[in-house]
Design a protein around this ligand. Structure first.
Ligand SMILES: [Zn+2]
Length: 301
């Protein structure tokens, strides 16, 4: 088959959490205050689901156990619409901060809730704030033991809150065959550095064309699928403002919220998208290596 006619399908991923649970907000909104803030996640996830339906796109929803427990309809709607339900843990705590014992409990609690509500197995996981890396050598083993088959928790960039700049850019098994599969968010290799191209604040901050061009480059020049992520609160310009936050957090959290919805709609329309478990089915099954296994035909997906 002529490879040039094959356009990779990217993975759309959503981290389902509310605006006050973002880790950069943690110094200003205590965990014990979460129940006192107006909930927006149910409505903003519905908005995302509507946009996906309108564009005929499916994705993977890494959902917080805390959200699932309080708003079970969110999980049921995600599953009913044909998306993959996956885990964002229960309490949205950095993995390296809570340690192995609490990590295991957090994983099992989230997985139990999501599987009970969704009625489907949960095998994917994304760590809050991409907090799996050199500081958590035990995390992958615990993910496997608790029934997860892949993680999308290592962002191979330099960032003040997260990032493992030396980690591989593509799907890989850090512990070798039989180990956990890590599927990182998209990066662009430029001037010897990895630049974030996978969504979040960068998608809102940079012009639309920058994100589009980066993902297209990965698809066409590198002939690979990319992983893109977004949060429901990024489509909610009317969310209550958290008072007293520092300039950097305020800028990153609120910039261009009013533009996200239209940008996302365009991105979903202009590129190909699907759930992680389908886009990376060959890697999950161990049937395709990265980056050598670029020989992919449309039938393989
Ligand atoms: Zn998160």
């Amino acid at each position: 088959m002529d490879q040039r006619h094959w356009t990779p399908c990217n993975a759309l991923t959503v981290d389902v959490e509310d605006y006050f649970q973002v880790l950069a907000m943690a110094p200003y909104v205590g965990r014990d205050e979460w129940d006192r803030w107006p909930c927006r996640v149910e409505a903003s996830t519905d908005r995302l689901l509507e946009i996906c339906a309108e564009q005929g796109v499916h994705g993977t929803f890494f959902t917080l156990g805390w959200v699932a427990e309080r708003y079970p309809r969110v999980v049921r709607r995600i599953v009913a619409a044909g998306h993959e339900i996956a885990s964002h843990g229960y309490g949205h705590e950095r993995v390296w901060e809570i340690g192995p014992r609490a990590f295991r409990e957090d994983l099992l609690r989230a997985k139990g809730l999501l599987e009970d509500l969704g009625g489907v197995p949960v095998t994917g996981y994304r760590a809050p704030a991409f907090s799996i890396g050199p500081r958590t050598p035990w995390a992958r083993e615990i993910l496997l033991e608790t029934g997860h088959t892949y993680s999308s928790s290592v962002y191979p960039i330099r960032h003040d809150h997260y990032g493992s700049p030396n980690a591989p850019r593509g799907p890989h098994r850090p512990d070798g065959a039989g180990g956990l599969l890590e599927i990182p968010p998209a990066t662009l290799r430029l001037f010897g550095r990895n630049l974030p191209a996978g969504g979040g604040g960068y998608f809102r901050l940079a012009p639309y064309r920058a994100s589009w061009a980066a993902l297209r480059w990965i698809n066409h020049a590198e002939d690979r699928p990319a992983v893109f992520y977004i949060h429901p609160w990024e489509l909610d310009p009317g969310q209550p403002r958290v008072p007293g936050i520092d300039y950097r957090t305020r800028f990153r959290h609120y910039i261009n919220l009013h533009r996200t919805e239209e940008r996302l709609r365009r991105l979903l329309r202009e590129l190909h998208w699907d759930r992680i478990d389908r886009v990376f089915a060959p890697e999950i099954a161990g049937a395709r290596d990265w980056p050598s296994g670029q020989v992919v035909s449309a039938q393989a997906l």
